[in-house]
Ligand binder design. Structure first.
Ligand SMILES: [Zn+2]
Length: 68
């Protein structure tokens, strides 16, 4: 599984906003949401998934979205 590009590149967003595509890419401003998730992280309880790796559909940058 290739998720190396997302390491150390993190933004935070509310899960509700993310699910509604209200979260924007920190690199190009494109709206991103569940369709662009490459991996979900359920490693931190109590409400998994706690974070997701996202690949921007416009600029192709990889980063992690931490759900607040
Ligand atoms: Zn982007």
């Amino acid at each position: 599984m290739q998720t190396k590009g997302a390491e150390g590149r993190r933004i935070t967003a509310s899960r509700r906003d993310f699910l509604a595509y209200l979260t924007v890419c920190p690199f190009c401003g494109e709206h991103v949401g569940p369709r662009f998730v490459t991996r979900e992280h359920a490693d931190v309880p109590p409400n998994p998934p706690y974070a997701a790796s996202v690949k921007c559909p416009r600029c192709r940058e990889l980063y992690e979205v931490l759900f607040s």
